[in-house]
Design a protein around this ligand. Structure first.
Ligand code: ACM
Length: 511
């Protein structure tokens, strides 16, 4: 029995009294606003929910007046022999309090529920006051390079919830597979969701010749969005414009730069950046509008990610159609045409009450006024955008690319990116030191990236994700002054035990 919680709460005071004892007779009581949280908790533990009653129970309450002290996502938790009370200004806050309560219970509960310790579960007496440092606490999962089933995606989302993360960035579209059903364009998934084979790790350019693919129906997407919403996680889709579009153009070649020399789109099998981009012509723009119209109907997320990274300019610049379009619109080169695409998409989204976010390349030709930016190549892009009044999310390769190997190349059977240790991830500071305090509010938060070129399975993905994502959860949730790597490491064994009970294939810290 201990007080180890990750991410570390703002304050957690052991109160020294007798522990709370949870038994099969315990009830979860709640008000109307926390009914959904109570249902989650009761289902997780196998307890019954009661709207009212007395006794040493678990009481959940939403009290809007707490917003001044706790913000939208904070909570107060009191745990002791007399019962447990979890209060927040919103249901989200209560949910995070429940996640902390979960971590006060024995780790075996994750596997054996109420059967643990013959149905007598102790939680240490404590008073916790907590609220997140950042409102954007995310993780990107790439399902284009390797598909993940709905069940696997839900399991991943459940692990995000355990860590109090609240943005699931779903990278649904890339050169290696289009994974979202679009009713108006069935070939996107009939053709674009399948590739003939995949390059063999560290034996490039040899291909395995094994067909790979998969996609989510719109019904499945709605199911995932609802599952995430129950855990206070926003699902933000990423639909890449104008590059990373090989799979879409393999399905509908007519929307590409058909008159560029060598134009031959295909669903790609090798890991690289490819020359295909959407062409600046009416039919393609209509296609993009149609795709985004269906995407917006599926995802309530305020932010819609439009990629915007690594768009190659050659096909535009060598295609007569592209050249004519640039001349007619006063665009001097492919970089300006890239910005034109992003601005057009920004207008489309803004007119429908949404906000565009994209990778830092979208800034090169000037950001549209309401657009937000995700800095990946360098934090300098975040600094520049924040100074110009844009909201930014930090996702730099230096600390948050969890596809980069954690151990040495020898240990990992080959290196990907720069070695990114657990301690390095933990040391990440989302507010760049050079950023003037007047602009700190522009930093919405940060997120970890799981690009899955070399993670064919979710077991492999979990090995890369945990516990580095656990470290990043503390970076984005806990107060800066609470962050202490040695202290994190002293709390980590309990979280790892919990992950073991959940059969998570985490990487055992070596140092
Ligand atoms: C990226 O890694 N291309 C955003």
């Amino acid at each position: 029995m201990n007080h180890s919680i990750i991410p570390a709460p703002v304050s957690c005071r052991p109160t020294g009294g007798a522990p709370f004892v949870l038994t099969p007779a315990t009830r979860v009581r709640h008000d109307a606003a926390s009914a959904g949280v109570a249902a989650w908790f009761a289902r997780w533990l196998g307890l019954e929910v009661a709207a009212a009653g007395t006794g040493a129970d678990i009481v959940l309450a939403v009290e809007p007046a707490l917003a001044g002290e706790l913000g939208r996502e904070g909570y107060r938790l009191t745990c002791g022999a007399g019962g447990v009370t979890i209060r927040g200004a919103t249901a989200a806050g209560v949910f995070y309090g429940v996640q902390s309560m979960r971590q006060l219970l024995p780790t075996d509960v994750e596997q054996s529920g109420l059967r643990t310790n013959n149905g007598r579960l102790e939680a240490p007496a404590a008073e916790i006051l907590d609220k997140p440092r950042f409102g954007w606490r995310g993780a990107l999962l790439d399902v284009s390079r390797h598909f993940a089933s709905v069940a696997e995606v839900k399991r991943f989302i459940e692990l995000l919830a355990l860590h109090k993360l609240n943005v699931f960035h779903w990278h649904l579209v890339d050169d290696h597979g289009w994974r979202i059903e679009i009713k108006k364009y069935p070939r996107l998934t009939e053709v674009g969701a399948w590739r003939a084979g995949t390059v063999i790790h560290f034996r490039e350019p040899a291909l395995d010749g094994i067909p790979h693919g998969g996609f989510y129906t719109q019904e499945e997407i709605r199911d995932v969005v609802a599952y995430a919403a129950e855990r206070f996680i926003t699902v933000m889709p990423e639909i890449e414009v104008p590059g990373h579009s090989s799979a879409a153009l393999a399905a509908y070649p007519e929307f590409g730069n058909t008159d560029a020399p060598g134009y031959a789109p295909r669903v790609q099998e090798k890991w690289a950046i490819f020359p295909e981009t959407y062409a600046p012509k009416a039919a393609t723009l209509q296609f993009l509008d149609d795709v985004f119209t269906e995407v917006l109907a599926l995802f309530p997320s305020k932010f819609i990610h439009v990629g915007g990274d690594e768009a190659m300019k050659e096909q535009w610049e060598t295609s007569p159609t592209g050249q004519a379009f640039m001349r007619a619109n006063g665009l001097k080169d492919g970089h300006e045409l890239q910005s034109w695409f992003i601005r057009r998409t920004e207008n489309f989204l803004a007119a429908r009450g949404r906000r565009l976010i994209g990778w830092d390349e979208i800034q090169e030709g000037g950001l549209a006024p309401g657009a937000a930016m995700m800095a990946w190549r360098d934090v300098k892009w975040a600094i520049e955008a924040a100074r110009l009044g844009h909201d930014v999310v930090l996702a730099p390769t230096s600390h948050t690319y969890l596809d980069y190997t954690e151990g040495s190349a020898e240990e990992e059977g080959g290196a990907i990116g720069a070695q990114t240790t657990l301690e390095k991830v933990y040391s990440f500071e989302p507010i760049p030191a050079e950023l003037d305090p007047a602009h700190h509010g522009r930093v919405l938060g940060a997120q970890g990236q799981l690009w899955r070129e070399r993670m064919p399975s979710m077991a492999r993905t979990e090995y890369r994700a945990f516990p580095r994502l656990s470290a990043l959860a503390e970076v984005v949730w806990s107060p800066r002054e609470r962050r202490d790597y040695a202290d994190f490491r002293s709390r980590l064994p309990w979280l790892l035990a919990r992950l073991s009970r959940l059969d998570v294939n985490y990487r055992r810290p070596r140092d």
